[in-house]
Design a protein around this ligand. Sequence first.
Ligand code: CTP
Length: 399
Amino acid sequence: MLAGKRILLIIGGGIAAYKALETIRRLRERGAAVTPVLTPAAAEFVTPLSVGALAGEKVYTDLFDLTDEAEMGHIQLSRVADLVLVVPATADLMAKMAQGLAGDLASTLLLATDTPVMIAPAMNVRMWEHPATQRNLALLKGDGVAVIGPGEGDMACGEFGPGRLAEPLEIVVAVEAALSDGPLKGRRVLVTSGPTHEPIDPVRYIANRSSGAQGTAIAEALRDLGAEVVFVTGPAEVARPEGVEVIEVESALEMRAAVLGALPVDAGVFAAAVADWRVESASGSKIKKQAGRLPSLSFTENPDILAEVSGLAEDRPGLVVGFAAETDDVVAHATAKRARKGCDWIVANDVSPATGIMGGSENAVVLISDDGAEDWPRMGKREVARRLAARIAEALGAG
Ligand code: CTP
């Protein structure tokens, strides 16, 4: 995907600098050439030797290195790349970029370059939230700098919140998206989202607490990687994603019809909280209150859309991803659910009330596949979505 592309990788001086090493490996795996530049602070966290070994290229560190200048001047160095990538972008480096300072090699290159710039910020949560950093971020975005992350979650400094470096796979997939039409260009992906409403009568229904936030974020993340997204949503609270095909449904039966009608697709992500049951015979007219008589409802089972799509002989998507909302024994229940439903992956999360996940902005998931159960740290739903989208791109052979 990145064959023939050259990335100028500027490594900032933060604890997350070690992840730049994996980023280099993944960029090279995809055929990119990487020219690494270390800030003096970065060289305290990772050695130029390991960076150079992984990149297979000369590492640049010093603005005033006469040997370097004789080989390739810093202005030229800043221009040879298709993209300048900063991993991690520290608060200091962001401030220098925003102000146009050029006191060292990294900041000089960033000021001198005329190629697109992408930064992956990483820093302590207070530093990230500081008005100065947010001001700098806004300035950089205004200057056309692409920003990937940061993620939200437990941090090396022991605090929790936004500021964690995006995963190397996410960074690399974002690079691909920036340098091409996106790794999922030409792929059609279906996402179900939100709750379903199961009618009792024309004015009453049975529903659940799903906000649709996770499904919406997944649709957006897949769109950002270039996929053509069909988004089948129940009556969700959150705003509909832009730039995708939205199909609005109410009930599980309507969702099933919309999903089957959207096939074939390359991948299906079933994030909707579909009601397991519906009222057996919903009344066509409003049920009136009658003194002394309580209504009783009888239920019938809804079709399991995920299981049905997973079991299709023709038109089965190449990758089927289900979700499992559990309140206890998350991995055991979700593993059994994956086998029962026949999907390829299950994204399992703990929705017990104490977690605040259902309807909240964060998620802590376990990805269950043939490779076993992979615990993801607690993070924002958008980051879960970005990571999942990157994995989907990789699984479809596009990432
Ligand atoms: N799902 C679906 N159609 C249904 C029910 C669920 O497509 N009628 C999908 C959901 O979108 C999700 C997965 O199946 O991807 C798991 O749903 P969940 O409600 O957690 O599991 P259930 O099968 O309902 O099992 P249980 O209620 O026992 O937890």
